[in-house]
Design a protein around this ligand. Structure first.
Ligand code: MF3
Ligand code: CO
Ligand code: CO
Length: 270
């Protein structure tokens, strides 16, 4: 049987991985997270997003990994770099970072067939108070979602935890993009919504691997995709932020595969 289609599946077509599979996900997740650690010195005013992506491409290769995004549905880069009001899927290029820009860098690598997918926020130069609040709330919203992960809870519980936290801070959760199952493939069932009602959706089981990757806007939640067919922006031009971890459900909670080896996931490391 094709390895990508093997294993047990739930009635919602969610693959259940074996305990031994966690090690493969840890290895892939660690490399993705190392790359996000190592690009920190590059994030400064005057830098182009294309140069950041070029370095990421080199790091992927130097670590013996493969980029999951190069060639994915025609995408040609090793990262997505989403600046300010770009919600996700920003294409690296000649755009120069300026003082106070906030950006999400999203990297997915393949290591021995396992996918590691993570993204986090960076700041070029000086962080404004409103951007700082947005970044803080988005980071903490991801962890509210992660705290809801344990067997017996549902995907709706995860979305609800994120949504209530974000909206209590008078920000909005993007509805147009979601997290996803992953493992031996990049995007698999289920869709991991970052909003929802408690007790709804598929029930979490040990051995499920998926991402949680909330996108949070300072203004309204609506997005639109630009003419390049990738770049998603906020319709009202408000600032947007995102954090993403790849995780696996354990007997009593979850393991995060993409923890920052340097402990620099959140920009308050500075
Ligand atoms: N890494 C993104 C995610 O979190 C997907 C990027 S696909 C690309 O699912 F083609 F835009 F790179
Ligand atoms: Co993802
Ligand atoms: Co990603």
């Amino acid at each position: 049987m094709d390895e990508r289609s093997g294993g047990r599946r739930t009635k919602d077509n969610i693959r259940i991985y074996e305990p031994a599979d966690f090690a493969g996900m840890h290895a892939a997740g660690r490399i993705a997270a190392e790359i996000l650690d190592e690009i920190i010195p590059l994030i400064r005013p005057g830098q182009t997003t294309g140069e950041i992506d070029r370095v990421i491409t080199e790091l992927v290769e130097a670590k013996g990994a493969r980029s999951a995004t190069i060639g994915y549905k025609g995408y040609q880069h090793a990262s997505c770099i989403s600046v300010n009001h770009v919600v996700c899927h920003g294409i690296p290029g000649e755009k120069t970072l300026k003082d106070g820009d906030i950006l999400n860098v999203d990297v997915t690598v393949i290591v021995d067939g396992w996918f590691g997918d993570t993204s986090r926020m960076y700041v070029a130069g000086k962080l404004s108070r409103k951007a700082e609040r947005l970044i803080e709330v988005t980071h903490d919203a991801l962890f509210k979602g992660i705290e809801a992960v344990k067997p017996g809870n549902t995907f709706g519980d995860i979305g609800h935890a994120i949504q209530t936290y974000v909206e209590a801070n008078r920000m909005s959760v993007v509805r147009d993009f979601c997290g996803h199952g992953l493992g031996r493939v990049f995007h698999a069932p289920p869709n991991v919504l970052h909003y929802g009602q408690p007790g709804t959706g598929p029930v979490l089981e040990e051995g499920m691997f998926f991402t949680i990757e909330p996108m949070v806007n300072l203004g309204r939640p609506e997005t639109k995709v630009l003419a390049d067919d990738w770049t998603a922006v906020t319709r009202d031009k408000s600032l947007s932020a995102q954090y993403e971890h790849s995780i696996g459900v354990t007997s009593d909670g979850c393991e995060i595969f993409t923890l920052s080896p340097g402990g620099v996931f959140h920009p308050t490391y500075r």
